[in-house]
Design a protein around this ligand. Structure first.
Ligand code: ADP
Ligand code: MG
Length: 330
């Protein structure tokens, strides 16, 4: 199917007092119509910055190069007015912290109605209100006619996130970018929000870019995934192929650190040692080499490119023979 969103060689650099931060380095990503793309990686890997660049929402100290196409139309360099028209109508985003993303001084119903009217000023206030109640019902708010008059502080975290999703869906977007939509919520509510995203995707055909550090979330919802490390895609492909046979040591590490319950009923997990690098001083060669259990001499000097390896794409010099590599090699 034709891609609804196509990102090519995206680079983002921030000018900061400490120097240049090259936060996104040559990201390619294709999102098919109505599909779910999972974007995973530890904190600081560039997930949010990538998506803010797609939407043209980065601060002024950022320089963006490359290409972002929505249904074939280039978005980079588009005048602010044109971009604002697309944002919220064709491309919508929901953020990690639903409570602070809502305005505390307006009712939930008003805020959802406003999301409708921003792009459709011809819609009357009362029609927008009716639509808001409908949207709140759609995202599972009980008694939406009554709860529409509540203020954000009267909603739980999970209900605020539902309201944010209602606002994002107000104009039937083609692409919904969800940035860690469940991170701030407890586990039961997380599952409900993921069910809601799954339903919206099925009923509305909306393509979802799902940003998360949680590979369990990706497995439940996405069919394609992109693994980011230090601003670069290190592995990309179908979720089923990557989970079956990950071709990058970083992906292997992320999968190994998923909690698994063993026979004694204890959660066993092996975290990846170390932490992602500061983007002010990215390691030479492969940025993952300081943490990599399989590294060889060229990993410290040659930066591996993303290339096809079996059914997936991997940016590891040893992608083909990870299983034969000695652990702790150098
Ligand atoms: N406005 C900014 N100015 C300078 N650096 C930034 C800015 N925003 C993000 N960064 C840096 O970009 C990198 C990627 O950040 P981010 O995309 O937020 O990571 P993630 O969403 O994967 O946790 C980080 O190193 C972060 O410090
Ligand atoms: Mg983020």
């Amino acid at each position: 199917m034709a891609p609804v969103l196509e990102v090519k060689d995206l680079n983002v650099t921030f000018r900061t007092e400490a120097g240049k931060v090259h936060a996104v380095r040559g990201v390619d990503m294709t999102v098919a119509e109505g599909s779910v793309m999972g974007v995973v990686g530890e904190s600081g890997c560039g997930k949010t910055v990538t998506m803010l660049a797609v939407l043209g929402l980065l601060p002024r100290n950022a320089t963006v190069t490359g290409s972002v196409r929505f249904r074939g139309r280039e978005l980079l360099g588009l005048p602010g007015r044109e971009l604002r028209k697309l944002r919220g109508s064709k491309l919508a985003m929901i953020f990690q912290d639903p409570v602070t993303s809502l305005n505390p001084v307006f009712t939930i119903g008003n805020q959802v109605a406003e999301a409708v009217r921003v792009h459709h000023s011809e819609v009357s206030r009362s029609a927008a209100r009716t639509r808001a109640v409908e949207l709140l019902r759609r995202v599972g708010i009980p008694e939406p006619e009554r709860r529409a008059d509540d203020y954000p502080h009267q909603f739980s975290g999970g209900m605020c996130q539902r309201a944010m999703i209602a606002m994002a869906m107000a104009n039937d977007p083609d692409v919904l970018i969800a940035d860690e939509p469940t991170t701030a919520l407890d586990v039961t509510i997380q599952a409900q929000i993921l069910d809601l995203l799954r339903d919206l995707r099925r009923d509305k055909g909306v393509a979802v870019v799902l940003i998360t550090h949680d590979l369990g979330v990706v497995a439940g919802l996405a069919e394609e995934m992109s693994v980011l490390y230090a601003g670069r895609i290190v592995e990309q492909g179908r979720v089923a192929d990557i989970y079956r046979n990950p071709r990058h040591p970083y992906t292997r590490g992320l999968l190994a650190s998923l909690p698994k319950v063993n026979e004694q009923g204890q959660a066993a997990l092996t975290p990846i040692e170390g932490a992602p690098p500061s983007m002010l001083s990215v390691p030479t060669g492969c940025a993952f080499h300081p943490r990599c259990p399989h590294k060889g001499p060229q990993c410290m000097t040659e930066d591996p490119r993303l290339r096809p390896v079996g059914p997936v794409r991997s940016a590891c010099h040893f992608a083909e023979d990870l299983d034969q590599r000695p652990v702790g090699a150098s």
